[in-house]
Design a protein around this ligand. Structure first.
Ligand code: SF4
Length: 341
């Protein structure tokens, strides 16, 4: 396998190739700003340098296996093959002018949340920087973004805090103004409640957002839906979130996948309000995308609305996410299962 140059900073590219810093920056811009991976097309590089690159390096490491596009919503879902034959999924979601990319940080996931297609398949390995950032480059290729930058959410396959250092390095690469130039506030890291990760993240200097996938606010139900709760129960998770907010002062988001007759009642909403006391947070209610073989159903809209109204009456901002692609296997891990890779 040839070495790829994605996943490296411009300084690292210059050092690896033993070229001048400005040449490292030229290559960096081709890869990230112009999304050009063909070294021959990098016309401001010298011919000998292009020839060296072509012989010894690969423009990218991922290969596109399948791209599904939902005709109704414009949601795009990519299945990408890694150099070792493994695969990951990434999703592009459109909401009017807003484009959000949902990227994976691991192949599979060890946390085995009970409603998740990725959890069913188990954990294989962490992704490296190139494998994470190329998901963004593949999804954006051909997108008419103009001056807009996308939102990035680490909400695809895997628990990002279990691949902490790589995820942070990738975030810095995404933010680099000579590359993708994505603002820190447009990037969200979503955790299932990994307490050491939350505590460490509190000390990061950038303004990247934190979201916690809660799904239940009593330990019995949450331990069933999110087995990580057995290790880090709600009381400890709450303390970690309060520590995070005391340290960096940033508001967070709670994600709540709404499952019919499981966690969609007004009583569930009241438990959430109790849990949220003194925490500065908004709530996203996420419609569950059905996964074959799992004993759940998406909550009805009237139940979601009653849940949301309960929060709103208590002054908590709550958004019911619109379903974005039941017709394209949109739940994370589903496309990969379909291909059985
Ligand atoms: S929901 Fe997220 S944390 Fe839970 S098993 Fe799936 S990928 Fe892992």
């Amino acid at each position: 396998m040839s070495t790829t140059l994605t996943g490296l900073t411009s300084a690292e590219i210059a050092e690896l190739l033993a070229v001048k810093p400005f040449q490292g920056r030229q290559i960096f811009k081709w890869l990230y700003q112009k999304k050009v991976f063909d070294f021959e097309a990098m016309t401001d590089l010298s011919k000998p340098l292009r020839s060296t690159l072509k012989t010894a390096y690969a423009g990218h490491t991922l290969e596109l296996v399948e791209m599904q596009v939902c005709a109704r919503t414009g949601t795009k879902k990519a299945l990408l093959r890694l150099h070792d034959g493994e695969s990951v999924e990434s999703v592009l979601i459109r909401d009017h002018d807003r484009v959000t990319l949902c990227v994976s940080s691991q192949v599979g996931c060890a946390l085995k949340c009970d409603f998740c297609a990725t959890g069913l398949a188990g954990f294989t390995r962490n992704l490296d920087c190139a494998e994470i950032i190329e998901q963004v480059l593949f999804l954006l290729a051909g997108e008419p973004m103009g001056d807009r930058t996308p939102n990035i959410v680490f909400m695809g396959m895997g628990e990002p805090f279990r691949n902490y250092d790589t995820v942070m390095k990738t975030i810095h690469l995404m933010m680099d103004k000579e590359g993708l130039g994505i603002g820190a506030r447009k990037i969200t890291v979503s955790t299932a409640g990994d307490i050491p990760g939350i505590q460490k993240f509190a000390h990061e200097e950038h303004q990247v957002r934190l979201s916690v996938s809660l799904h239940a606010a009593n330990n019995t139900l949450r331990s069933r839906l999110v087995p990580l709760n057995r290790k880090y129960p709600l009381e400890d998770l709450r303390d970690a979130i309060l520590y995070y907010q005391e340290t960096c002062g940033r508001q967070i988001t709670f994600e709540w996948t709404v499952l019919q007759d499981v966690n969609d009642s007004v009583q569930d909403a009241k438990e959430l309000l109790q849990f949220m006391q003194h925490i500065q947070a908004s709530v996203n209610l996420i419609p569950w995308n059905p996964v074959q073989g799992l004993p759940y159903a998406p909550a009805r809209m009237d139940r979601c609305q009653a849940f949301s109204d309960t929060l709103a009456r208590a002054g908590v901002a709550c958004t019911i996410r619109r379903e974005k692609g039941q017709d394209i296997d949109a739940a994370c891990g589903q496309l990969r299962r379909t291909h059985a890779v």
